[in-house]
Structures are given as C-alpha cells and as structure tokens.
Design a protein around this ligand. Structure first.
Ligand code: FAD
Length: 235
C-alpha cells in the first residue's frame, strides 16, 4: 500500500515503523514497517491476519489515514564491505528499504530470504533488480534451497571475514534467535528487528517490553532494532 506521507517520508529511516489508526472502532493502532520510501511516499507491505489488516485492505485509493511516525530507532547503517540481510516471512518487508539505502554505499549486499512456500516469498526480484545477490530458502522446497534461510546464512558467514561483515535481520522470533546464535558463533556484528505487540507506540505504556542483557527495553521506542547480543530471545 502506497501512502502519501509528507514530512514523515522525508525523515524516516529503514527499520522504523508507522503506527496506523485503521478505523474508528476501539482498535489499537497497528504497527507497519517502512517497506519503501521515495519522494514524499512510504510504501508498506502487509499480510492480512486479522480485523485491522482486513479493514486496511479495504481502504479505497485516496482514503485518508491517521498515521504516527516515523517511530522506533531504525537500523544503524554501517559502511562495511559485506552487508548480509536475512529475512523471513513478512519480516522481509523492512529489509527492502534497508537494501535501497545500502545500494548507495560501496558495499556488497547479500540478501537471504526464507518462507514456508514459494508463494510466501517476498520481493525476490525486487532485491535482484537493486543489484543484491539473492539467496532463497523455502521450508517445503518449492523455491530455492529446501530448508531454513538460516542454513544458507551459516555457509555465507563462514566464507566472509567477520571484521568486514555486518548482518541485519527481521522475521519471526525463532528465526531471529537462530540468526543471533549463528552471528555470535561467527563473531559477526548483527542487528535484529523484533516484532512484539505494540500498544501506544511511543514508550509510554510498557506493553512491548523485552528482556535484554541490561534490563527490560521497549520495542516501540528503544527498538524495534536491537544488537543481537543484547536480546535474550525466548526468556
Ligand atoms: C515494529 C513492527 C513492524 C511490523 N511490520 C509489519 C509489516 O511491515 N507488515 C505486516 O504485515 N505486519 C507487520 N507487523 C505486524 C502487524 O502489526 C500485525 O500483523 C497487525 O498489527 C495485525 O493486526 P490485525 O488487527 O489485522 O490482527 P489481530 O486480529 O489484532 O491479530 C492477529 C495477529 O497480529 C498480532 N498483533 C495484533 N495487534 C498487534 C500489534 N498492535 N502489534 C503487533 N502485533 C500485533 C497478534 O499477535 C496476532 O497474532 C509489524 C509489527 C511490529 C511490532
């Protein structure tokens, strides 16, 4: 969905999100990552999973939406030779904005995307058109390598010098936990974008806290992007 977002689009950074009020029903706003930013537009890319996204999908072209943003911290972009991006499912959406920002730096971008089936794979061609090296895994083997995106990651990280490599990831927590483990073993710096239920979106309600090595942190305001060695996923 393409949004005419005015000033928000001018200041937004990859990894940040928009908090969208979808209807006048007593809904919490819904968070969506920035998928693409250009001129004064922001594209979001979403799956319909419940009432809010269903209602959003029925908006007509030209409809007005109440949007808060850009919220959260975003990815910290570093100009390091090898940039590796790994995403699973709808977590691939924010990595496209990141890849677009990285193509302007003199780095090599490798994108690994994973999904349950070929039909659920997102943006494979878009990443390739940007000039990224794209590797694909599907759980049922209908697209790319059969298995998990993290299986491909292990091989790639082994072939790259850790001091010249950085890893960025977005996807389900189970995948992020494995990405963090692999990054730790390979001694590669890694940033992960967490998906938690976000309520206020601005750090006031503490509804989205996660446990970190230095105490609880709010995903909406101190995240959603964290250094992987900071987060204790699953605890
Ligand atoms: C920082 C962030 C970025 C996100 N970016 C995207 C994106 O780019 N594309 C995309 O498809 N989805 C994204 N999501 C997930 C998206 O916000 C939820 O799918 C959406 O809020 C579901 O709303 P619903 O009313 O349709 O579903 P509901 O009927 O409310 O719930 C369906 C599922 O969505 C989850 N959910 C419900 N409310 C929230 C909430 N306020 N915050 C987080 N999860 C919720 C529930 O755990 C449940 O599993 C993101 C979530 C976060 C936290």
């Amino acid at each position: 969905m393409s949004l005419e977002a005015g000033k928000i689009a001018k200041i937004a950074k990859p990894g940040q999100f928009l908090h969208i009020k979808i209807d006048d029903m007593p809904f919490l706003r819904r968070p969506f990552s920035l998928h693409r930013m250009y001129n004064s537009n922001i594209d979001i890319f979403y799956h319909v999973v419940g009432k809010g996204t269903q209602a959003l999908s029925q908006k007509e072209s030209g409809a007005k939406l109440d949007i808060l943003g850009p919220l959260g911290n975003g990815f910290e972009i570093k100009e390091i030779k090898n940039q590796v991006l790994i995403g699973g499912g709808i977590g691939i959406a924010p990595l496209f904005a990141l890849a677009e920002a990285l193509v302007n730096t003199s780095t090599q971008i490798c994108v690994i995307i994973g999904a349950k089936t070929k039909e659920r794979l997102l943006c494979e061609e878009d990443f390739a058109k940007l000039g990224c090296k794209v590797q694909v895994a599907t759980e049922d083997g209908t697209g790319g390598k059969k298995g998990m995106a993290t299986d491909i990651l292990k091989d790639i990280l082994l072939s790259l010098p850790p001091t010249e490599t950085i890893l960025y990831s977005s996807g389900p927590n189970k995948m992020l936990a494995e990405v963090s483990r692999v990054a730790n073993v390979a001694s590669v710096s890694c940033q992960i974008s967490l998906e938690e239920t976000i309520c206020c979106g601005v750090g006031a309600c503490l509804g989205c806290v996660v446990k970190t090595a230095t105490g609880y942190k709010r995903v909406c305001s101190e995240g959603p992007v964290f250094k992987s060695d900071e987060i204790l996923l699953g605890s």
